[in-house]
Design a binder for this molecule. Structure first.
Ligand code: AGP
Length: 611
């Protein structure tokens, strides 16, 4: 949560900082602010709400100066207000922060007793005062930040300015992400995430926990918090800035829905071995012997990633014949969950920063599990603590509602299950080859489904936009897709939606049904088809408005559905990739017709780094 950005160089910093914040706004949008070294002192502008409010404030009172820091906030300590907006200032010091200071109550008490006037309810302002006290004791900014952080417990990525040292920014990190961008033309940058820096540089240094850096126009010096110099080569990121733009779409979410065929091609690149009908699994970090020695897989994830992991359980059990359990990461933590010898833990996360998943994976690791992660953001916290990472390579996902990252996570789960199934002699060569071939053909099929169903689904969304409750039902692999359809609709359109295992409907939720409730029933031609069809009929008998998501040519489904969305006939394991698409489009169009903020829905943030 929260995004921070910094610039030091030879040109006006405010437009670069605002541009960076625009690309980080997905991390929070309760308020935004900048601090820039002006001709005499540090000047600050802050505004509550979206970034455009800060831009208005800047157009009324521009900021001049070539060194500055910026912040976009997702409120944790203190409600969204101007006084709680970052940057926070104490004496000559200004600070922006992403994270949570856990010992803030004790620090606040101590600082008040020391005579500090604390203006806001935030934990961040306390860091500004701590640094200021150290500067007053005669320390330079770097030493002052180092000393101040010695008193802080919790998660932070901070960027700090001092008007006494107007040519530098000091940054530091523990748990929250921080990337340093190395510019070519006497300028350097920092940010919470890669997309903020893509228009300016592709050369990036990823700080590790317990490290800090001093950024000047012509140098970047990285040290540990203890002062030991760190030598690390930058990584060159091959994402293009255009990947983080809307490319003519009205919203990032719609662009990302339509990007799925391309994203999957990137996910499959170098991994599908069509000649031998197998998966190239070198990134998985397990030898064939390791694969055979696994006794159980434990999947950890949250939200949409949890739904992707649920498909993984089906794949792993049916294709690799391996016992698999799945945990909502926040419920795994602190529960004394049992990790046994031979357990492989897979952490699934788009951002690689979700605190619940990160901490759960760390707990599992401490109990002796080997950790494999399925993550999108390169070098983020979860890959760094994992034994191996099978990246999804979906490219930057900006819309808060995850779409292309879901499909690519499902793809990685399926590729992993095929790879494991072959090594454990649980999956025949023929079936593996059929799946690999099917995966290779998927991107084109997904593109066809997207273009072929877009208008039909938009019409359905227009027709049922006022529905107050919507149900999504599915069995087998369609159950996680039902959950995902409901989550998408809830998070961006604020419509109450429930995803249910279709067979469970009769045990309670059927009572919700009347003639005002649209019920989406996922019933592709799979091993559950007949029973799903019965569930559809049960809903119909209670006068529900029934929308079938079915295989092309399914006349039985057509006969009993009020509306039918058809997808091509594919192997059962591949159905989720196609059936999820109309549900993503439905959620998108309902939200768009309602006029909600599709890419930045209320109360949410893309990266959830709080518990
Ligand atoms: C998805 O649309 C959500 N916004 C959310 O559930 C998300 O999937 C969850 O917070 C997990 O994030 P991660 O994949 O980055 O770990």
């Amino acid at each position: 949560m929260c995004g921070i950005v910094g610039y030091v160089g030879g040109t006006a910093s405010a437009p670069i900082l605002v541009d960076g914040l625009r690309r980080l706004e997905y991390r929070g949008y309760d308020s935004a602010g900048l601090a820039v070294h002006g001709p005499k002192s540090i000047e600050v502008r802050r505004a509550v709400g979206k970034l455009r409010n800060l831009e208005t404030a800047l157009s009324e009172r521009p900021l001049q100066g070539n060194v500055g820091i910026g912040h976009t906030r997702w409120a944790t300590h203190g409600r969204p207000s101007e006084v709680n907006a970052h940057p926070h200032v104490a004496g000559p010091v200004a600070v922006v922060h992403n994270g949570i200071i856990e010992n803030h109550l004790e620090l606040r008490k101590r600082l008040v007793e020391a005579g500090c006037k604390i203006a806001s309810d935030t934990d961040t302002e306390l860091v500004a005062h701590l640094v200021h006290l150290e500067v007053e004791r005669g320390k330079d900014l770097e030493s002052a930040v180092r000393a101040a952080l010695g008193e802080v417990q919790g998660a932070y990525a901070i960027a700090v300015l001092s008007s006494l040292e107007p040519h530098r920014i000091v940054v530091a990190k523990s748990s929250s992400p921080l990337v340093v961008g190395l510019g070519d033309e006497g300028e350097n940058f920092c940010a919470s995430d890669i997309p903020a820096l893509l228009p300016y540089t592709k050369k990036m240094l990823f700080l590790e926990d317990g490290e800090m850096a001093v950024l000047e126009a012509s140098s970047v010096r990285v040290t540990t918090l203890e002062g030991k110099v760190v030598e690390r080569a930058p990584r060159v990121i091959d994402w293009s800035p255009v990947m983080a733009e809307k490319a003519g779409y009205k919203h990032f979410m719609l662009k990302e829905i339509f990007e799925q065929p391309r994203a999957l091609e990137d996910t499959f690149r170098g991994r599908l071995d069509r000649e031998s009908g197998d998966i190239h699994g070198h990134e998985i970090g397990l030898s064939d012997d390791d694969a055979r020695a696994i006794r159980r897989v434990v999947l950890l994830a949250c939200g949409t990633s949890h739904h992707a992991a649920l498909t993984g359980r089906y794949f792993l059990e049916s294709l690799a014949k391996i016992p698999t359990t799945i945990e909502i990461a926040s419920e795994f933590r602190g529960r004394d969950a049992v990790i046994c010898e031979g357990d492989l833990v897979i952490a699934v996360s788009q951002s690689g920063e979700t605190l619940d998943t990160l901490v759960a994976a760390k707990e599992a690791k401490a109990k002796g599990a080997k950790i494999l992660s399925i993550v999108n953001v390169i070098d983020s916290a979860i890959p760094r603590m994992s034994d191996a990472t099978f990246y999804t390579h979906a490219g930057p996902e900006i819309g808060v509602a995850s779409t292309k990252c879901f499909s690519t996570q499902v793809a990685n789960m399926l590729m992993f299950a095929i790879w494991l199934g072959r090594r454990r002699d649980a999956l025949s060569a023929d079936k593996a080859a059929e799946l690999v071939e099917g995966l290779a053909r998927l991107p084109q099929m997904m593109a066809d489904v997207l273009t072929g169903t877009r208008q039909l689904v938009a019409n359905l969304a227009r027709r049922y936009v006022e529905a107050r409750d919507v149900l999504f039902l599915g069995r087998g692999l369609s159950f996680p897709i039902a959950l995902e359809g409901a989550l998408k609709l809830k998070e961006i359109s604020y419509v109450h939606a429930e995803g249910y295992a279709a067979g469970e409907m009769k045990h309670g939720p059927i009572a919700l049904i009347d003639n005002r409730v649209p019920v989406f029933v996922l019933l592709p031609k799979d091993s559950h088809h007949e029973r799903s069809l019965s569930n559809l009929q049960e809903a119909k008998a209670r006068e529900a408005i029934v929308i079938g998501i079915a295989t092309e040519g399914d006349e039985e489904a057509r006969a009993v559905s009020d509306d039918l969305v058809e997808v091509p006939d594919v192997a059962e394991e591949l159905t989720p990739f196609l059936t999820v698409l109309p549900l993503q489009l439905y959620a998108y169009y309902v939200a768009d017709f309602k006029g909600t903020d599709v890419d930045q829905p209320r109360n949410l943030a893309k990266t959830v780094t709080v518990e």
